[in-house]
Design a protein around this ligand. Structure first.
Ligand SMILES: NC(=O)c1ccc[n+]([C@@H]2O[C@H](COP(=O)([O-])OP(=O)(O)OC[C@H]3O[C@@H](n4cnc5c(N)ncnc54)[C@H](O)[C@@H]3O)[C@@H](O)[C@H]2O)c1
Length: 336
């Protein structure tokens, strides 16, 4: 039984808690921490059958003996500070995406967790979502041959109130691409392999108080020769929140428009057919929490560990550089 302190009790913790509630044989949230005590109390009332302590200072959570791990759902500028402190207190760390705002912060988190011999996992829920996990298994099994191109897109209206941390690029580490695009850039790397070059363009439209990009296009050339592309839009008015992908292989195609679909027939013959997903966790939050708790229990390395989270962040940073300079950026990025 892994005992978890939930640190930061804002919007995304509803999804994390829904996972913990059905995984009570593996772990439970014993402490809810937020500088806003009301939010912490609210989430403490949602942890399940048991009760959870409420604290407003994360250091108080880290001092507790009834905490084995932390689940950090904090503004991005706090990820590194609290993750490093948690590791130094001997707690395993699950941190929401992106791992941090820059590579120096990510490296400090990885080093602190390594030094303390605690697990570090980055909560890239899309790695655990039903459609993407099933599509990845199909690709791995050779269902569409060699992947030569992939598209992934994010369509949402994200409008934080004025003064919210997520409107400040210094706290968020950018705008739409750093905030939600990081999921898609990570997914493209997961399916198509390490990235050799990054080309990107960002745009703003003044529809929200945000001062960073509202939308961006990112194009990757992968080491293995395939191409991939992400379209990230945070100002899609009156559009249902939709995240789609198309994966093109030498022997077929997979997409998730209206459910997961596979075409693996002869060219120009037959139809796409609907594929049943390997599990029912559409958002991936429950399976993400399960994986973290099992890794802590078993002493196993998380699939989405600090190095994978750092690699996803590097793609965001490279896209920022490309968009700012108007040129293709080659990886790896230089530190500093
Ligand atoms: N996986 C996803 O799809 C997804 C979706 C949304 C957000 N997120 C991520 O989750 C994280 C949090 O985002 P959110 O939308 O829940 O933000 P939020 O603003 O709703 O919540 C952040 C919470 O942190 C609290 N906080 C701030 N400083 C604190 C401190 N020093 N100690 C304790 N609590 C503190 C705030 O009071 C707030 O309640 C971010 O990393 C974000 O990118 C992930």
């Amino acid at each position: 039984m892994v005992r978890v302190a939930l640190i930061g009790c804002g919007g995304i913790t509803a999804a994390h808690l829904a996972g913990y509630r059905v995984l009570s044989e593996l772990g439970r949230v014993t402490v809810c921490c937020d500088v806003n005590e009301e939010l912490a109390r609210n989430r403490a009332g949602q942890v399940g059958e048991h009760s959870a302590e409420v604290v407003t200072d994360y250091r108080a959570a880290l001092e507790r003996d009834d905490v084995d791990a932390v689940d950090l759902c904090l503004p991005h500028h706090l990820h590194a500070e609290v993750a490093v402190a948690a590791a130094q207190a001997g707690k395993h760390v699950l941190v929401e995406k992106p791992i941090a705002r820059n590579l120096a912060e990510a490296d400090a988190m990885i080093a602190a967790c390594d030094a303390a011999a605690v697990k570090l996992m980055v909560a890239h829920c899309q790695r655990f979502s039903a459609e993407r996990q099933t599509a990845h298994r199909l690709v791995r099994d050779g269902a569409i041959g060699d992947v030569y191109l992939m598209r992934s897109d994010h369509n949402q209206f994200v409008n934080f109130p004025a003064g919210h941390w997520a409107n400040d690029p210094a706290m968020l580490g950018g705008g739409a691409v750093a905030g939600s695009g990081v999921h898609h850039l990570d997914t493209l790397r997961w399916f198509c392999g390490d990235v050799r070059t990054v080309s990107a363009g960002y745009t703003r439209n003044g529809l929200t108080p945000r001062t960073a990009e509202d939308a961006g296009l990112v194009l990757f050339e992968h080491e293995g020769g395939s191409l991939s592309e992400a379209t990230v839009v945070w100002t899609v008015q009156r559009f249902p929140w939709y995240e789609g992908f198309w994966i093109y292989g030498t022997a077929g195609v997979i997409h998730n428009v209206g459910g997961l679909h596979l075409f693996d027939g002869e060219p120009r013959q037959g139809e796409f057919r609907r594929v049943k997903c390997d599990h029912d966790d559409a958002g991936g939050f429950r399976e993400e929490v399960r994986h973290f708790l099992e890794c802590v229990r078993d002493g196993a390395e998380p699939r989405m560990n600090g190095h994978e989270g750092r690699a996803a962040l590097e793609l965001v940073l490279a896209s920022q550089q490309s968009a700012a300079r108007g040129e293709k950026v080659r990886l790896p990025l230089a530190l500093g």
